[in-house]
Design a protein around this ligand. Structure first.
Ligand code: IMP
Length: 434
């Protein structure tokens, strides 16, 4: 198979884990390129549920090399918890998992800084996952971060931590709070963590380069999604990493010229966790019903997700940013009972209709969606594996979304299991599989 990036087209939780899992059977390497344990991929394999946060979903397939790229941030405790949980479920984790020596660490002071920053924002808080993600990327960009490779030379750790410590203490004292990180204990813990993982801390760009040179295929796995991307999302209500497809290159050290295609994952409706604008958000009974039919609760935080209709303006924007060759539309079955299904096709703003997604969040916050209402199908699509077996109105819904976003919808997911999937015969995906 060619080398493909999988990226989310909305605000995350589109069901990327399942699509990654589906494609993994066709590749030899899966490389995660952004984010940290803020992500939560739920994958159901033969009725068994696996929840992954940091480790690529490829780990569930024997013989696949799983790579955590330099664009990812790693909380040592979270990594060890996840490897422990997976091993208890019988998943083998040995030399099939490597981690970039350039991936930065999330340390205890990052969580404290994040809690403070969210407190200080008051009603404008981002609603982050409080995992320390943002401050870890801030330390990286501020050139005071600690990378996995630093753990391999523990003697230099205290000196390297000094800048991060100085910054943290200044911020906390400035806010009238007492810093409470035990830096000596931290050095000891980090050195032990580094020692336990020494064999898998590698130059990921080199490993990937060598695998590509051997003719192996790489699947680049994105976490979060386009509208949460630090550069292209609904800033400042975003995560701090390059979640859109471009991040695959910067987040692994594989040049764009070695990437052959991009698959976007979009849900048949929209959800968002955390605060920030969400033009097609719905309220009341319709939202509750969508949430409960779609089990829309965070895999990482358990938070109820905000729910709304498919937003074709936002999805078309995601098609532009990522260059999706094909889109996997997930959770179609969640809409099965609806008599009609609204789709956002434009935004009303100051008496005009906007057809393009605005960059300015203050404009987006004032936009009212324009809806096209499509007929529902009122029949079960759960587990349908063949396009021709979908009710006609469901096929029309999928085709209309494809027309509105300007990209083919080559995959339709009709249930959580790997098998509950339609791959359309004439799609880019089918040609990649051929
Ligand atoms: P952070 O990534 O914890 O900094 O959170 C920033 C924003 O991204 C918040 O709105 C989070 O709810 C959102 N977010 C982070 N990770 C995910 C995810 O995996 N799915 C959905 N939203 C996420």
């Amino acid at each position: 198979m060619p080398n493909i990036v999988i990226a989310g087209a909305q605000w995350g939780d589109e069901g990327k884990g399942k699509i990654v899992d589906l494609l993994t059977a066709r590749v030899q390497v899966v490389a995660r390129y952004n984010g940290g344990h803020n992500a939560g991929h739920t994958v159901i394999v033969e009725g068994r549920k696996f929840v992954l946060h940091l480790i690529p979903a490829g780990i569930l397939h024997p013989g696949i090399l799983c790579v955590i790229g330099n664009g990812v941030v790693i909380d040592p405790a979270a990594l060890e918890r996840e490897t422990g949980e997976l091993r208890e479920l019988g998943v083998e984790i040995g030399d099939n998992l490597v981690i970039s020596d350039r991936a930065h660490l999330i340390l205890p002071h990052h969580r404290a800084l994040e809690a403070l920053s969210e407190d200080q924002r008051g009603s404008r808080k981002i609603g982050t996952t409080l995992r320390g993600i943002g401050p870890a990327y801030e330390d990286k960009a501020g050139r005071r971060g600690i990378a996995m490779g630093d753990l391999l030379r523990p003697s230099v750790l205290p000196a390297k931590l000094a800048e991060a410590r100085r910054h943290y203490e200044e911020v906390l004292r400035g806010a009238g709070r007492a810093p409470d990180v035990d830096w000596d204990a931290l050095v000891t813990e980090l050195a032990a963590f580094g020692e336990r993982h020494r064999a898998r801390i590698v130059d990921v760009s080199l490993v990937l380069h060598r695998h590509l040179a051997e003719g192996y295929s790489v699947l680049f796995e994105g976490a979060q999604a386009t509208l949460l991307d630090l550069d292209h999302g609904t800033y400042p209500f975003v995560t701090c990493s390059a979640a859109a497809a471009g991040g695959a290159s910067t987040g692994t050290g594989v040049p764009p010229s070695r990437i052959d295609g991009v698959l976007g994952v979009a849900k048949a409706y929209c959800t968002r966790v955390g605060t920030g604008p969400f033009p097609t958000e719905i309220e009341g009974e319709a939202e509750d019903s969508l949430r409960s039919r779609g089990s829309e609760y965070g895999a990482t935080t358990g938070r109820p997700r905000r729910c709304g209709w498919f937003d074709a303006v936002a999805a078309r924007y995601a098609v532009r940013i990522n260059g999706f060759d094909t889109v996997a539309l997930t959770k179609l079955d969640v809409l099965d009972e609806l008599e009609s299904v609204p789709v956002g096709t434009g935004y009303r703003f100051e008496g005009r209709t906007l057809e393009e997604f605005p960059s300015d969040v203050s404009i987006l916050e004032e936009c009212e969606p324009v809806y096209e209402v499509l007929p529902g199908w009122r029949a079960s699509t759960l587990g349908v594996r063949d396009w021709a077996e979908l009710p006609e109105a469901a096929r029309r819904y999928v085709d209309r979304l494809s027309e509105l976003i300007g990209a083919e919808i080559g995959v339709v997911s009709t249930g959580p299991d790997r098998e509950e999937t339609i791959v359309r015969g004439n799609s880019a995906l089918a040609s990649w599989f051929a």
